[in-house]
Ligand binder design. Structure first.
Ligand SMILES: NC(=O)c1ccc[n+]([C@@H]2O[C@H](COP(=O)([O-])OP(=O)(O)OC[C@H]3O[C@@H](n4cnc5c(N)ncnc54)[C@H](OP(=O)(O)O)[C@@H]3O)[C@@H](O)[C@H]2O)c1
Length: 310
């Protein structure tokens, strides 16, 4: 049993989950609370705290707290609070995330920073806050929710992909660093999840403007946005199924560094492994809707003699 939790009169491990107001975070918190196996710290940004409090109920094993993962002061306040109440954190699930839908040219530094802070810098701050506690306790688990976008990049998702690639890279390094102290580190890689999260997609100012103007990148948005939304509605991968896989991961004595939790994630990982990257990208182009026409109207306008190569 981990040392510092013994004094807080429960054998149950303390799980801290970020981003519990919707989607996967909300579902996972629901599962873990129902299992009665853990003490769960359900967190959400201040703006969503009321709706979270109307869904979850605080109890001996459930704590509901405010947490914006981009706010270092809120992170340390929360960790102190958990330590006072329950003695520490045994399992951290870095779930909170946002997704910008914007081509590279339409991103700006401010938007890039929001994307990176939410999906990479914030989760890393949380990791740094819990590592000393876990080391002192003699072990723990860190589960970072990544994405297929952490292994593959798609047009209009550059910044999101960059944030998940960063999370993947750092988590892989952490796996080695935390191992000697009994801290088990995993990346959960979902592909498309059947949820409403596409409604939460964020657009940079220029991407928003581009939706109303015909510009060099209009076709990317026109084809990619409905394509991604459809894939999210058609997939069999629900937050419920993924939560069950994460629950099983939490019980593994030797959890894998990477857990692909949807069929498309398994397929993408396999194809990336076996195909040369030049071939992989050519195949991707064939499957991306409207890819043959991207940029063509603008190029036609600029030079009448332009002939598409496809
Ligand atoms: N949906 C997919 O198809 C998919 C695929 C692969 C990976 N993922 C990953 O899975 C995770 C969960 O996504 P989801 O599908 O459940 O999306 P979601 O329904 O949009 O949920 C995201 C959660 O993150 C919270 N959040 C956003 N910014 C935050 C911040 N600065 N601090 C704290 N919480 C914040 C949101 O809370 P607010 O109410 O405060 O906005 C919300 O609760 C994310 O890391 C995402 O990248 C999703």
């Amino acid at each position: 049993m981990m040392k510092s939790l013994q004094s807080h009169k429960s054998d149950k491990e303390v799980v801290l989950i970020t981003g519990c107001s919707s989607g996967l975070g909300k579902n996972l918190a629901t599962h873990l609370i129902a299992s009665k196996r853990y003490r769960v710290v359900v967190t959400a940004r201040a703006k969503s705290l009321e709706s979270v409090k109307s869904f979850f109920t605080e109890s001996e094993d459930v704590m509901i707290r405010k947490l914006d993962v981009t706010d270092d002061a809120e992170i340390s306040e929360l960790i102190n609070d958990i330590c006072c109440h329950w003695g520490g954190v045994n399992i951290l699930v870095n779930n909170a995330g946002i997704c910008y839908r914007s081509v590279v040219e339409h991103m700006d530094i401010e938007s890039e920073m929001i994307q990176l802070k939410t999906n990479y810098l914030g989760p890393m701050s949380l990791v740094r806050s819990v590592l000393p506690l876990m080391r002192e306790q003699g072990g723990g688990r860190i589960i970072n929710i990544s994405s297929v976008s952490g292994m593959v990049s798609m047009p209009t998702m550059a910044s999101y992909s960059a944030s998940k690639h960063a999370l993947e890279g750092a988590t892989e390094a952490l796996w080695y660093e935390a191992r000697p102290y009994g801290i088990k580190v995993s990346l959960v890689e979902p592909g498309f999840i059947n949820s409403d999260s596409f409604k939460h997609v964020v657009k940079s100012k220029k991407a928003l403007l581009s939706a109303s103007l015909k510009g060099p990148h209009s076709e990317y948005y026109e084809s990619m946005t409905p394509f991604i939304e459809k894939l999210m509605q058609w997939t069999f991968a629900t937050p419920d199924r993924i939560s069950k896989k994460i629950e099983r991961l939490m019980l593994m004595s030797s959890p894998p560094l990477r857990l692909r939790v949807t069929l498309d994630a398994v397929v993408f990982a396999f194809i990336k492994k076996v195909l040369p990257s030049s071939l992989f990208h050519r195949i991707m182009i064939l499957f991306l809707p409207g890819a043959k026409h991207w940029g063509i109207p603008v190029l036609r306008f600029k030079t009448r003699r332009y002939k598409p190569r496809h």
